[in-house]
Design a protein. Structure first.
Length: 310
């Protein structure tokens, strides 16, 4: 039985974005950062900023820009169509870190997050054929690019366990979040195992109690899952296409939910005028710090194997 959480959902930013993605809390500047993939814009705004976005900082980048994350030098790392770039603190492109030749021109980068070891993990999606011909890559601070795994339709929603030893990676095309062993160096990702199944998951956030929060693209809801992968609750949203979920604020106790106007008709948009906005929910949960590109997170020491007495 799934409980519905009818907490207050209000609008954080009503900027009629085409496709909000990659929301994160930048504790360096006390700002919320996000992108509109289709418009190619990077946005930075304060928690108490104007809902219409009029006092946000907006930077134009080459569209599409699918993901942005903090980098060690005060700037950012970002994913464009087929390039990973380093941005300065104002959001301007400092240099190209890595370039990928996708399997065909209908593929672009999609989700990108920094892993606990300081690498940028970036996945792609097939916009045209819907085939599982997109891949997952890592880029390190030196710009070294590695192909991690192919076979994704829409690589999306990444998270890591607190000890950095498990990765959760979504393929929205198969309505599945997978989990896999993860490690530093070499081939980081082990065998994928279906974990959260049956919802077109888009965006993924782990809270400090080990629960998962994910948006459902086309489903108009955010789901909360137990650490074991059981749906605990649903939070209905006033927009159908949910794209990004992130805990923000100094205490990371506000859940921001990105939405999209893409793939909606004029009638859909009249029925769901909040589409393209960022929504704000108080869930009672607290999120975790966002890792920084080029900086290794402080991970708990692996527990020593217990002694066996014969």
């Amino acid at each position: 039985m799934t409980a519905e959480i009818h907490s207050d959902v209000d609008v954080f930013r009503d900027t009629t974005s085409v496709l909000v993605e990659s929301i994160f809390w930048d504790e360096r500047t006390a700002e919320v950062v996000w992108v509109d993939i289709t418009a190619g814009t990077l946005h930075r705004g304060r928690l108490d900023g104007a809902a219409d976005g009029s006092d946000d900082i907006v930077v134009d980048l080459p569209a599409p820009v699918s993901a942005v994350q903090p980098a060690v030098d005060g700037g950012y790392v970002a994913a464009l169509k087929d390039r990973v770039v380093l941005l300065d603190e104002r959001g301007g492109i400092r240099r190209v870190l890595a370039h990928v030749t996708h399997a065909h021109s209908g593929i672009r980068f999609n989700e990108g997050k920094v892993d606990p070891y300081g690498r940028f993990v970036v996945g792609a999606m097939d916009l045209t054929r819907g085939d599982p011909d997109a891949a997952l890559y890592t880029v390190d601070a030196d710009g070294a690019l590695a192909l991690v795994r192919g076979g994704f339709g829409v690589a999306n929603g990444f998270e890591w366990s607190g000890d950095g030893r498990t990765m959760y990676v979504t393929d929205t095309a198969t309505s599945t979040v997978y989990r896999a062993p993860y490690r530093d160096g070499g081939e980081p990702l082990g065998e994928l195992e279906p974990f959260l199944v049956g919802h077109a998951s888009d965006g993924l956030a782990l809270d400090t109690e080990g629960r998962f929060w994910n948006g459902v693209y086309g489903g108009g809801e955010v789901l909360c899952w137990s650490p074991e992968g059981r749906v605990l609750a649903s939070v209905p949203m006033p927009a159908p296409n949910i794209t990004s979920v992130a805990f923000v604020g100094p205490d990371r106790d506000l859940l921001l939910v990105g939405t999209a106007r893409e793939n909606l008709t004029e009638d859909d948009l009249r029925a769901s005028p909040a589409s393209g906005s960022i929504l704000r929910v108080r869930t009672g949960a607290t999120g975790r710090r966002v890792p920084t590109f080029g900086e290794r997170a402080v991970l708990p020491e692996p527990s020593a194997p217990s002694a066996h007495h014969h």
